[in-house]
Design a binder for this molecule. Structure first.
Ligand SMILES: [Zn+2]
Ligand SMILES: [Zn+2]
Ligand SMILES: [Zn+2]
Ligand SMILES: [Zn+2]
Ligand SMILES: [Zn+2]
Ligand SMILES: [Zn+2]
Length: 447
């Protein structure tokens, strides 16, 4: 039986020619190199070192023994046979930087130029030759170096603003940095849109609030103010966030007629509800009355039927144009209407009770004030009665607002309020929760 064994060379060799400048691309050149190297190895035991380095003017070549055939002599001699089983060649730089190539070097190019519009291998750029501006990882080549969108100067950053979306480039002269000092930069127009200035000259705060007064229809004034310089029109009660007013509207508002004031409140509440789901609801009728009273309209402030009619008229006014806003305003007013109707009923009942209390007050006045008592009692009338209310931090007494002629107010109140306190105490006896007498429209009173 014969076994045919493929002829195996004495030594299988690995050639490391990574430092060889041009690499070795064909078998002929490898053979030439090997013929040059082999005599140098004669007499060396290749098993003794992991690799042999042979200096060559072109670059060092390293030789390692991969396998010694069984029984073969480890020392290289003229009869030793070789087989080159592996070559380590210089890594081919597939993506070569075009800039480095132009300077006679070879370097990996990890970037492409956005504006060359190609992914061609020879258009690659290394991190030195790619131009990458602040603000966006967009690279360009030297020929496509970005210029400022505003002035054409060499650009230094890409704008983080909403309009530019980090695509447009700008120069340092047209750079505005983020107000909080973060490293984002903006072009002037994006900056103004994103960080509007406060209307107050010289104020450096951001104008985060807009004036909520409406001019024509539902168009809001919109003047920008910072939190420090805005004024609030407290139309939603003490706990609600009042409508923001610019300087001009803060000045002009007290001159508005009562129907206009009511329309402003309806429009302001609607526009808020359009922006925020948790927006303040329309005020109660007393809430509207409170805003009218503060603007000096004391009589209308208590005419709740007139207030309700005027709210309805305002709604008509605002929905005249049709469209989505019309439906919105209508829905907002309708949502509140049931409660206003109830409020009117309660106020009527309260006023009946208030009228009774005023009759008792007149008797007290006649007895307590010797000289002017009769005259004062004759001129005393009910302005409004808010019944006592249970409240989470203690019950609130009823508030009996009475009209007293200006000339007699001092006497009615008494020294340091002694007399008006006495009236309150007397009337409280018949009213659960107590009663506080207050003069309607009096500066000393709370309204
Ligand atoms: Zn380069
Ligand atoms: Zn380019
Ligand atoms: Zn510029
Ligand atoms: Zn911009
Ligand atoms: Zn300001
Ligand atoms: Zn305004």
């Amino acid at each position: 039986m014969t076994t045919v064994v493929a002829p195996v060379a004495d030594m299988q060799i690995l050639l490391d020619v990574r430092e060889w400048p041009d690499g070795l691309h064909d078998a002929g050149r490898i053979a030439d190199l090997w013929n040059m190297l082999e005599p140098v190895l004669h007499g060396h035991d290749l098993t003794r070192r992991p690799r042999y380095t042979l200096g060559h003017p072109n670059g060092d070549v390293h030789i390692a023994l991969a396998r010694l055939a069984p029984g073969a002599d480890p020392v290289v001699g003229p009869s030793t046979t070789f087989q080159i089983v592996g070559m380590l060649e210089p890594a081919k730089v597939r993506y070569r930087c075009q800039g480095c190539a132009a300077e006679g070097r070879e370097r990996y190019g990890s970037f492409t130029c956005r504006d060359c519009g190609t992914d061609a291998l020879d258009k690659r750029l290394c991190d030195v030759h790619a131009r990458i501006l602040d603000g966006a990882l967009i690279s360009t080549c030297a020929a496509h170096e970005p210029t400022c969108a505003e002035c054409g100067a060499t650009a230094t950053f890409r704008c983080a603003g909403g309009r530019c979306q980090r695509q447009k480039a700008h120069c340092d002269r047209h750079r505005r940095t983020h107000p909080s000092g973060s490293d984002r930069s903006y072009c002037p127009s994006c900056y103004d849109a994103q960080f509007p200035a406060c209307e107050q000259g010289g104020c450096t705060n951001m104008g985060t609030a807009r004036c909520e007064v409406t001019e024509v229809g539902l168009r809001q004034c919109g003047v920008r103010m910072c939190a420090q310089h805005l004024r609030r029109w407290q139309v939603f009660g003490g706990e609600g966030l009042g409508l923001a007013l610019c300087r001009r509207h803060h000045r002009e508002l007290p001159g508005y007629s009562p129907p206009v004031l009511i329309r402003q409140i309806v429009a302001g509440a609607y526009l808020r509800s359009r922006r925020r789901r948790d927006a303040e609801p329309l005020p109660s009728l007393r809430g509207f009355g409170h805003s009218l009273r503060r603007a000096g309209h004391t009589e209308l402030a208590l005419d709740f039927r007139w207030i309700l009619r005027t709210i309805d008229a305002a709604q008509h006014d605002l929905t005249g144009t049709g469209g989505r806003d019309s439906e919105g305003v209508l829905a907002l007013v309708q949502r509140r209407h049931g409660r206003w109707d109830d409020e009117i009923k309660k106020i009527a009942a309260g006023n009946d009770r208030g009228a009774e209390l005023v009759e008792r007050l007149k008797i007290l006045v006649r007895h307590a004030i010797p000289v002017h008592g009769d005259v004062i009692a004759a001129n005393l009338s009910l302005a409004d009665y808010n019944r006592p209310r249970a409240h989470r931090d203690g019950d609130r007494p009823g508030l009996l607002f009475v009209r007293v002629p200006e000339a007699y107010r001092g006497i009615f109140i008494g020294r340091q309020g002694a007399l008006i306190r006495y009236f309150s105490e007397q009337l409280s006896q018949g009213e659960q929760g107590g009663v506080r007498v207050q003069i309607e429209g009096d500066k000393r009173g709370s309204r």
